[in-house]
Structure formats: structure tokens, C-alpha cells
Design a protein around this ligand. Structure first.
Ligand code: AMP
Length: 190
């Protein structure tokens, strides 16, 4: 089972990705988490990624693609995975397509989490207080929303056209949203 969670920053992707992946017994692979781990460990990748993350820009495709290809080649991803935050650009879609074609076919489902824009800034400012993420200041949040609209939102249409997209309302309690995701996926994934 191969899935992707897509949606704007603050839609709850990270939280839902862990819950959904646990339920299906597959790893949740979050590029944001991998970058943040590298930043805290001070690796060369982390140092480079931090420059982009701190200003709300995307890390360049070549760095991101290499990281994901390496992660997908690990054994635990062999029987499926849930991607959180990748692909985020059309170039990343192509890389993922090539990688999946080399094995057996594409994604089984793409879950789009939707959220009202006004709620996003509030949620992210609250997360900044709780988790102290350096890219959760108001200016950077707005920049990240612009980048999402411009570079990532077009991917929704790509996956809709392929017939794998389901849209789920991301507003409300965490558990409620998880149940909506399971309902949307029933019949699509086993
Ligand atoms: P996230 O935790 O998914 O919100 O990601 C945090 C930050 O990591 C993003 O704002 C980007 O700077 C970077 N990042 C995560 N995933 C990607 C990706 N697929 N492509 C480029 N940059 C990414």
C-alpha cells in the first residue's frame, strides 16, 4: 500500500500521517521530519536544508529527491509507505513516478487534507509555541502558504486526473479527522 498525504502547512498532515500509517502497519515517511533531524544533528544536509526551511522556501529538488529515494529503498518501505510532505513539486512527482514504475505501479491513494486558510495561521502559531519550530513565525508561515499554493497545490489536479485523489476535511478533532480518512480510504486500499 502506497499513500501520500497532501495539504497546506498546518492541515495536520504530520499528526494524521503517523496515525494512518500505524493503522495500516506501514512507515510514515516525512521529508520535513528527516530534514529537521538532520538540522538538529548538524549534518551537511541539515546545514544546507536549514537555510531554505528558515525562510519558508522549499529545499531544492535534487537534495530532496536523493533523500527520499534513499529512504524508499530501505527494507521497511518494501511493503508500502505513507508519504507526508513529498512530493511537493512537479519535478518531485516525476522522480517518484520513475521510482515506483521501477517496482510495480504508482500510488494507491492520495489523501488531500483541506483546511480553511484563516485556521492555518492560528494553528501554526500555536504549534510554534508548543514545539518551537523556527519556521513557524507569522512571516514565514505566510511565505510557506504562498509557496504551497504556487508549487504544491497543482499536484492535487495531477493526482485527481489519475483517479487516486480523495479529499478529507481536516478541520475538527484529531480523532474525527482520522476516522474521515479511514472512511475515504475504505474500498481503495486493503
Ligand atoms: P513540513 O514539516 O512538511 O512542513 O516541512 C518543513 C520544511 O521542510 C518545508 O517548509 C521545506 O522547507 C522543507 N521540505 C519538506 N519537504 C519538502 C519537499 N518535499 N521538498 C522541498 N522542501 C521540503
Amino acid at each position: 500500500m502506497r499513500m501520500l498525504l497532501i495539504g497546506p502547512p498546518g492541515a495536520g498532515k504530520g499528526t494524521q500521517a503517523v496515525r494512518v500509517a500505524d493503522h495500516y502497519g506501514i512507515p510514515a515517511i516525512s521529508t520535513g521530519d528527516i530534514f529537521r533531524a538532520n538540522v538538529s544533528e548538524g549534518t551537511p544536509l541539515g546545514l544546507e536544508a536549514k537555510e531554505y526551511m528558515d525562510r519558508g522556501a522549499y529545499v531544492p529538488d535534487d537534495l530532496t529527491n536523493a533523500l527520499v529515494l534513499d529512504r524508499l529503498a530501505q527494507e521497511d518501505a518494501g511493503s508500502g509507505f505513507l508519504l507526508d510532505g513529498f512530493p511537493r513539486t512537479l519535478a518531485q512527482v516525476s522522480t517518484l513516478d520513475d521510482c515506483l514504475e521501477a517496482t510495480e505501479g504508482g500510488l494507491d491513494a492520495v489523501v488531500q487534507l483541506t483546511i480553511e486558510t484563516d485556521a492555518i495561521v492560528d494553528r501554526l502559531l500555536k504549534r510554534a509555541e508548543d514545539q518551537g519550530r523556527s519556521d513557524d513565525t507569522e512571516d514565514v508561515i505566510r511565505k510557506r502558504l504562498d509557496v504551497y499554493q504556487e508549487q504544491t497545490h497543482p499536484l492535487v489536479a495531477v493526482y485527481a486526473q489519475r483517479g487516486v485523489l480523495v479529499s478529507v476535511d481536516g478541520m475538527g478533532e484529531v480523532g474525527e479527522v482520522t476516522e474521515r480518512i479511514f472512511a475515504a480510504l475504505s474500498g481503495r486500499v486493503v
